[in-house]
Design a protein around this ligand. Structure first.
Ligand code: CA
Length: 221
């Protein structure tokens, strides 16, 4: 499995990269280090990272919440696009992966923007809600364990402000969401459940983009 945009031929994908992706050197370096890792496909694609950086500017985001950090590419690309007073809350359970993330955040000089929370993300999200941070997040990105996707969406919806954006990653799940043979697969079912829920959620405007492994953009009305 690769993390390139789903459904594109190799030729067309290489064209897209060569003619649209402007990846800063620090992100290329992080992507190359992560590529050595057996779980490298958990990293977002560079074209998706660039889209996320663009979204920061489009909505004037200052506060970004990430559920699922892995080796830190998405948080880093967002951090590089946030204003100086921008802030990131990054949730993950892995010290191993996030130690790579922290190294690159420091090297890029953005680590002071990023608050890393090593704990089950639902605990962190519920604590943020208890602390009165509902309606304060500009962009939330959900890219963690799929079985909790519905719960993450519920918390992120509460935390995001009106006009803010919830991004949900892997919504096409390597094509498994449309594969009847995967109908009993728990993670596939969890993603399909959230896709259906968001489709019928009148509180948001949506677009499902076949970038990376499928990214839903949901804007809170
Ligand atoms: Ca992902």
């Amino acid at each position: 499995m690769s993390n390139q945009s789903i459904g594109l031929s190799d030729n067309l994908y290489q064209y897209l990269l060569a003619n649209s992706v402007r990846e800063p050197a620090i992100l290329t370096k992080l992507r190359q280090e992560t590529a050595q890792h057996p779980l490298a496909n958990m990293q977002i694609s560079p074209e998706q990272g660039q889209l996320m950086g663009l979204l920061v500017h489009l909505i004037g985001a200052k506060k970004y919440l990430e559920v699922g950090v892995f080796t830190g590419y998405s948080a880093l690309v967002v951090a590089l696009n946030l204003p100086d007073d921008g802030r990131i809350i990054a949730c993950d359970v892995s010290d191993e992966f996030t130690s790579i993330a922290s190294k690159y955040w420091q090297e890029a000089g953005v680590d002071d923007k990023i608050s890393l929370q090593i704990a089950p993300a639902l605990e962190t999200l519920d604590r943020l809600l208890a602390n009165g941070e509902a309606g304060t997040v500009d962009i939330a990105f959900i890219d963690a364990d799929k079985n909790n996707y519905v719960a993450y969406y519920d918390r992120c919806f509460q935390l995001v402000r009106q006009g803010g954006i919830i991004l949900v990653d892997n919504v096409l799940w390597y094509g498994r969401v449309a594969d009847p043979a995967m109908d009993e697969d728990k993670r596939t079912l969890a993603i399909k459940q959230l896709n259906q829920q968001i489709y019928h959620d009148d509180r948001v405007q949506i677009s499902l983009i076949p970038i990376g492994d499928g990214l839903t953009i949901a804007r809170k009305k």
